[in-house]
Design a protein around this ligand. Structure first.
Ligand code: ADP
Length: 403
């Protein structure tokens, strides 16, 4: 079965084509036959398309006209030129879309119908940067051929098991009924890394108490018990929770009204401050990219050090706050750009949990440790670094739904 995964984001579109004929005995992710990515941020006149297949990498410039045309150009590289891997686009059996927000309605991978599209559209106010581009991705495939089946895999779905007491905000109950609640995000990643972790330590997932830390540009932590999400740090929007690259994470909500009253900021200005000018960037004044901030810190920059200190403190706070609901901890998992690559952040985060028997092996932590346990042998908690593979997770969910 040929499964195309389309991850249409606000500034880039990533896509890959998998051939899955069975998932029996498949533990490691399969390598895609073809991979494409459009980056719309390289300059203001055109997008950059990179394609990889048949052992060859090619780059193309795309006119800045519209998303649908860009996606069609990207997909056409599968049927012609050096990166050709199939004869016709209709040979694709199913397209799986990563959809950031499924609201209260979708708790699992779902075939895309007019009704599903209408719901994704209705949810635009909850995911203004993402749901509109997902719809464009879905429409681009329909424009190629209406008969290609499409499936939506929702980033919110994994968190549908969060109990009411963790999901409902303590504001007047009527707002919960109107849809204001903790939805949580990065669900595809949290679910995948927890499953992969259980495979690696060879324990049944439904016997484990796990905390997964997805630390990329966006950061979130999830508490997982018996394979189910029971709490997560992102909430109604992906702004809540941890400090991130340019997002503040949780702050006293009264700061917003103070901003309005004392600074006369309107909602767009507040949105910009909290989403684009805060986090590592806002405190360091240097960058939203952790690597740059760490380098500045090593060179003695005090603001950079403060940014890193806050970043680590906030991760520790969230991990600590999840422990009572889990009632213990079997494994701590790090994933995404920072979680997978920064030995420094992992070491600092774990240090404060030493008293619980969380013992990091500093040597293992500094070596290549993807998909490995980096805890000492006598640590009472396993510590794993797992490479998140959201595309593969989406492809598997599509395969399972169709099979
Ligand atoms: P996104 O959420 O956009 O997918 P990523 O998961 O790629 O982001 O993570 C991006 C973050 O990972 C950036 O802050 C980057 O600095 C950080 N990162 C990547 N490699 C390293 C590294 N070797 N050390 C520290 N941070 C790293």
């Amino acid at each position: 079965m040929k499964i195309l995964v389309l991850n249409a984001g606000s500034s880039s579109h990533k896509s890959c084509l998998y051939e899955i004929n069975s998932l029996h005995n498949i533990i490691l992710p399969l390598k895609p036959l073809w991979e494409g990515m459009i980056d719309w941020t390289v300059d203001s006149n055109h997008g950059l398309l990179e394609v990889q297949a048949n052992g060859k990498k090619n780059t193309f410039e795309l006119p800045m006209d519209n998303v649908e045309t860009g996606i069609k150009t990207m997909l056409d590289t599968m049927i012609k030129g050096e990166n050709k891997v199939i004869e016709k686009l209709i040979d694709i059996n199913v397209v799986g879309h990563r959809v950031v927000h499924g609201g209260k309605k979708y708790y699992q991978a779902t075939f895309i119908t007019e009704e599903v599209k209408a719901t994704i559209k209705e949810l635009i106010p909850l995911a203004p940067n993402h749901n509109p581009v997902h719809l464009k991705g879905i429409n681009s495939i329909e424009a190629i051929n209406k008969d290609i089946r499409q499936i939506a895999v929702f980033d919110t779905a994994f968190h549908c098991t969060i109990p009411d007491y963790a999901k409902i905000y303590p504001i007047p109950y009527q707002y919960y009924k109107e849809g204001i609640q903790r939805y949580g995000f990065h669900g595809i990643s949290h679910q995948y890394v927890s499953q992969r972790m259980a495979e690696i330590i060879d324990k049944p997932l439904n016997s484990l108490k796990i905390i997964t830390c997805h630390l990329g540009n966006g950061c979130s932590i999830t508490a997982i018990k018996d394979g189910k999400s029971i709490n997560t740090s992102m909430g109604f929007t992906p702004l809540e929770g941890l400090m991130m690259g340019s997002r503040s994470g949780s702050i006293d909500p009264a700061i917003l009204t103070y901003f309005m009253r004392e600074y006369d900021y309107d909602r767009d200005e507040i949105d910009q401050i909290l989403n684009k000018k805060s986090g590592l960037l806002g405190i360091s004044g240097i960058s939203a990219d952790l690597r740059t901030v760490l380098t500045a810190m090593e060179n003695g920059d005090k603001q950079a050090k403060l940014a890193v200190d806050i970043y680590i403190h906030r991760i520790q706070e969230v991990i600590g706050s999840f422990l009572p609901s889990l009632g213990g901890l079997d494994a701590l998992v790090f994933t995404a750009g920072i979680g997978e690559n920064s030995a420094f952040i992992r070491e600092k985060v774990c240090q404060k949990f030493n008293f619980l028997g969380v013992k990091l092996d500093k040597e293992k932590n500094r070596q290549f440790c993807i998909d490995k346990n980096i805890a000492t042998d006598d640590s009472s908690v396993k510590i794993l670094v797992i490479h998140t593979q959201e595309d593969w997770a989406i492809a598997k969910q599509c395969y399972n739904l169709i099979s």
